[in-house]
Design a protein around this ligand. Structure first.
Ligand code: TIU
Length: 230
């Protein structure tokens, strides 16, 4: 990690080129690390997916979360979730995908993708701490119909570091929303996962293609070099 312009600015190895950021203006955004996606019986499995593929990244996301806390970054956790009366769930979303159980139906961890139900919680190893933001989002993107944009603006955040699931759905949608809002975004390659490994790989490549058309990608090990300098 080299200091490129001031004592507060750092540059790390990434693709398609170095990612430079000021830690005080950087937030970690952990997308949807919920039981509904990672454990059997939730929304992910109801769509026909092998949920075991997602559990593999939990130790890396936990290490990244610890890193962000130690460096004093703003930490944001999102949950894909709907109101119990489904007033924020478009019928088109509920009907989509011919799932075994639809959003709002009762599953083994409570009503699927409904706020407050056991399955909708963030998994225990990544539980939000006091002072961290928890954003309930009814869409795939973290900005759509949420207060995230305002929360970042009042804190002067300019750079976002993304982790979570799934890479090509909620993570990529959120990164694209962030990109259009003017944020520089970095996706941590080994802290994101998909039910489809080929889709994860394709997403990493499309994010950083064309000179970083959506943002940057890097393994967590690149970011960890900041530990020696700050
Ligand atoms: N969080 C998130 O990505 N929601 C999804 O529905 N993902 C799927 O891959 N289905």
């Amino acid at each position: 990690m080299t200091d490129t312009s001031s004592a507060n600015r750092f540059s790390m190895e990434a693709q398609p080129g170095p990612f430079s950021f000021e830690p005080a203006k950087t937030a970690l955004i952990i997308i949807d690390m919920q039981r509904d996606f990672i454990e059997p019986g939730g929304f992910g499995e109801s769509l026909g997916n092998d949920v075991s593929l997602l559990a593999e990244i939990v130790p890396t996301v936990a290490a990244l979360l610890d890193f962000a806390r130690r460096h004093g970054w703003l930490v944001v956790h999102t949950r894909e979730s709907h109101a119990p009366d489904l007033s924020d769930c478009p019928p088109a979303k509920r009907a989509r995908g011919m799932p075994n159980a639809r959003i709002g139906d009762t599953g083994p961890m409570g009503r699927i993708l409904i706020r407050g139900e056991p399955g909708n919680a963030i998994i225990e190893p990544l539980m939000p701490a006091a002072g961290e933001l928890v954003i309930d989002k009814p869409g795939k993107g973290a900005f759509h119909a949420t207060r995230l944009g305002e929360e970042l603006a009042v804190r002067g955040i300019t750079h976002l570091v993304f982790a979570g699931v799934t890479t090509e759905v909620c993570v990529q949608t959120s990164m694209r929303e962030a990109n259009d809002r003017g944020y520089d975004s970095l996706l941590i390659e080994d802290a994101t996962a998909s039910y489809f490994p080929a889709f994860k790989q394709a997403t990493l490549e499309m994010v950083r293609s064309q000179g970083g058309i959506v943002g940057w990608t890097a393994p967590f090990s690149s970011l960890m070099q900041l530990d020696g300098t700050a």
